[in-house]
Ligand binder design. Sequence first.
Ligand SMILES: C[S@@+](CC[C@H](N)C(=O)[O-])C[C@H]1O[C@@H](n2cnc3c(N)ncnc32)[C@H](O)[C@@H]1O
Length: 272
Amino acid sequence: MTQHSVHESQPSAGWDADRYDSQFGYVSALAGGVVDLLAPLPGETVLDLGCGTGELAATIAARGARVIAVDGDPAMVAAATGRLGSGVLLADGHDFRIDEQVDAVFSNAALHWMTRPAEVVAAVRRALRPGGRFVAEFGGAHNVAGILAAVRAALAELGLTEGARMPWYFPSPGQYATLLEEHGFQVLRMDYFARPTELTDCPRGVADWVVMFGASLIGHVPADRREAVLARINDLAAPTLLRDGRWYADYHRLRFAAVREPAGASDAAAVG
Ligand SMILES: C[S@@+](CC[C@H](N)C(=O)[O-])C[C@H]1O[C@@H](n2cnc3c(N)ncnc32)[C@H](O)[C@@H]1O
């Protein structure tokens, strides 16, 4: 991977990269479909936005593409650098800038963490050459609705709703396709599907998932009440998310492919 510079601000951080790989490896393991949709070609440059520990960036690089991996979390950037060697940038997906235009921007399981999506789509558009593609999968409407319902109910029962913050943006396919079109993309494909996923490496089930991904939901809970909250979340989630002794996360995904309209195409939002 060659050198490049980036001009960015950094979002707040706090990922446990080791735990992410050991307990939640399914996030990248289940992403084969979106990598196939990207169909990276030898010699092209692909930017992986929200690369995490770099597993999928490495997969894309192994297919012969040059990869620029971007993440907003220092621990993830360190892990990805360990895996990829170079070409990993610490930057916020809302306003990153690179000093070149790439052939494709790819993203898996990351766009829903970026809660100002218009800024993200504008930044992606800026990073793409005209005709370049934006291919991604992320959480769509109703994603983890059962987990969220259990968290909200547990916090309410225990009088701990004050301070909880919903950290995600889960749009419907129509909302996200419209956003892409408003920013000068042609939407070639927009799939929306339920993907219940077994939490095979989470002995405490949904509680483990909430500890990994739900820091904004439960981070305000005093330490001495944390275990009670997690236990109650599991109690409340069990009727819908525990089946035959196996825990599931009730994922709903959006998977899309879009192309930056070539220069001169009808493009009302040609901003940058
Ligand atoms: C669930 S992980 C997915 C990682 C990887 N793409 C994968 O498939 O395993 C979400 C990633 O998005 C990154 N992320 C969240 N918000 C971000 C932001 N505003 N800018 C850049 N990266 C962000 C996180 O740091 C994290 O590495």
